[in-house]
Design a protein around this ligand. Structure first.
Ligand code: 0O2
Length: 198
């Protein structure tokens, strides 16, 4: 069972989410002013449930205490940015890196270097100071097409309890490559429209 101060842990992560949300909105407006077109489809957030925190800690072989959650988990608070183009993910990450009250703790570029499954997204762990202590938020950035793929792959993985049959994982990997090409072609069309507008 989670013990002592668990409510405070969730409250701190809620406050951190609000700060990061506001910064993402500032960054979005700044990029849209500069580039002249929309870059984000939607921003979603979630805070892990106590049950999910407990499961993750147990999976790591740790007692599910607040102290362990604070020390070992970096994804209690999560934000998913669904961008319109892969190029927009790059612009957003560049802009997020410049924010003074947001410290980038880790970056994983699964767009430049996709996972063997075909999974593509850009992951950041950022820290913000809330009540004098660092609170971590995971930010996942991906395009709409990458998000569509990740949701479907997640469903398939769940259905097969993590062991996807070879023919399906081959197909998912192939589709993920096609999606990356599609994203590039869609962005080219956007660039043509921008040129015409100029
Ligand atoms: P949930 O419910 O989405 O939060 P860790 O964060 O320590 O568990 P790791 O490998 O260090 O694991 O982190 P990584 O690689 O940054 O991936 C963490 C999250 O990315 C996962 O969260 C998924 O949301 C997503 N992800 C990573 N790989 C895949 C993949 O192959 N397919 C799909 N659909 N999603 C992926 P969790 O913890 O699994 O769960």
């Amino acid at each position: 069972m989670m013990t002592g101060g668990f409510d405070r842990l969730l409250q701190l992560h809620g406050e951190a989410l609000a700060v990061v949300f506001a910064r993402i909105d500032e960054v979005r407006r700044q990029i849209e002013r500069e580039d002249g077109f929309e870059v984000i489809d939607q921003v979603r957030s979630r805070i892990k449930t106590p049950q999910s925190i407990e499961n993750k800690l147990r999976g790591l072989g740790l007692e599910p205490t607040c102290a362990h959650a604070q020390e070992h988990l970096r994804d209690i608070a999560g934000i998913r940015i669904i961008a319109l183009y892969a190029k927009a993910v790059e612009s957003l990450v560049r802009a997020l890196r410049t924010l003074p009250d947001l410290t980038i703790v880790t970056e994983k570029d699964y767009i430049g270097c996709p996972k063997p499954s075909g999974y593509r997204s850009y992951h950041l762990i950022v820290a913000v100071q809330i009540e004098g202590e660092p609170v971590f938020v995971e930010i996942q950035l991906r395009t709409q097409a990458m998000d569509f793929w990740a949701s479907l792959e997640h469903k398939v993985r769940y259905k097969y309890h993590g062991h996807i049959p070879q023919h399906l994982s081959d197909e998912l990997a192939k589709v993920a490559d096609q999606i990356a090409q599609l994203d590039q072609r869609m962005f080219l069309i956007q660039e043509i429209i921008s040129l015409i507008n100029e």
